[in-house]
Design a binder for this molecule. Sequence first.
Ligand code: KG4
Ligand code: ZN
Length: 421
Amino acid sequence: MIILGIETSCDETALALIETRGPDFECRVIDSLIHSQADLHSAYGGVFPALAKREHGKMLVPLLMKLLADFPGHANNSQTTSTLDTFRTDLQAQNPELLESIEANLSFFEKIPQIDRIAVTEGPGLEPALWVGIIFSRILGALWNVPIIPVNHMEGHIVGSLLDSDKPTRAWQKLKPVHMPALAFLISGGHTELVKITGNVIVQAPNASGSQPAQRLTHQKVPAPDQLHYQIIGQTRDDAVGEAFDKAARLLGLSYPGGPHLSRLAQQAREENISSTVKLPRPMIKSDDLSFSFSGLKTAVLYAIRAEPQPLTESFKKGLAREFEDAVKDTLTAKLRSAIELIGAKTVIIGGGVSANTLLRTSFQAIADEYDIPLYLPSHHISGDNALMIALAGALDANAHAKNGRIDRPLKAHGTKRLGV
Ligand code: KG4
Ligand code: ZN
């Protein structure tokens, strides 16, 4: 089965193609394309929804043409114009850019590619941005007569981390084995969530790695998102961790998205042995629940900067960046430990853009080693938003429902969609 993934929940326009086969759910990546709008939004210090929507409208068609350039097509569609007519009024009102770029390339849309399913992000995310991917998937679904699978973006981040990053594109692979109960830690620009995953389905690999002996894997099925149960057991009360990184970075004069820039400064501080002159709080580290709060940390950065003679010295900035990253690390690792112990986690899965952070990756790995459980991190090229994870989540869903044929669900942008409800 070949699945096209479409992701437009925020400021990345992304498309990917994957192929799956067999009862053991082998999969391979055919291609994955990401167009980042970060430069466009940096002037606004954050993502500007109307701009994101327009840019998705402009980029989806050229990206799809690139993705399918060498992909086999068959049968010509003589209904292209009449099919498009059913979407025309909506498109004209909501996203003339997308309509324009489809009409400019009508001959491309006359060819039907050999694609079996379309998986699209339905939420959470910015609704105007989500809408573009959804309408595009509906147009393609109608043109190609292909079912559409709506995907939860956060579930995408979870299953994306189960891909083996070392495998070259087009190499067949099985997903990494997951032992239940599993714990997902989702850390992104919009989310900071600890998610308990249960279910009687385990991703089975022939030589299960990690600490669990193979005979304890009682079920030999592939994971099926709808058969898995997600329960959010901890979340932020205010800012998400990526948002905190971006806000602190902005206060330090770094451009959006500031997380990676701040992290680089912090790394330089470590290499140059620069420590911070101020101590930042470790928010909620001692609370006996799994809640997070990052707005106070950002305010503490603001006050530390205000108390300093201006302009700030490079050394002060580096030291403060290091202290900030350490404060985030201390908080996240304390909560990760508590969550592992609370649910008796047998696997930990990290997902979301902040998982690109080197200090956090190493710290999470050290904790998993301590508890002797496998830890799965997304490879760097899919730690941020991408469509590969969306295609994969859609493929798992299609696989789960192949038997009862329930593959097509109603489509709507769900800006605040949550896992497990
Ligand atoms: O998952 P993602 O790409 O988009 C959302 O769904 O939010 O996450 C983006 C977030 C941004 O806040 C960005 O600053 C942060 O991930 N980020 C990082 C790093 N790389 C990306 N934060 C800290 N350190 C990094 N290396
Ligand atoms: Zn994301």
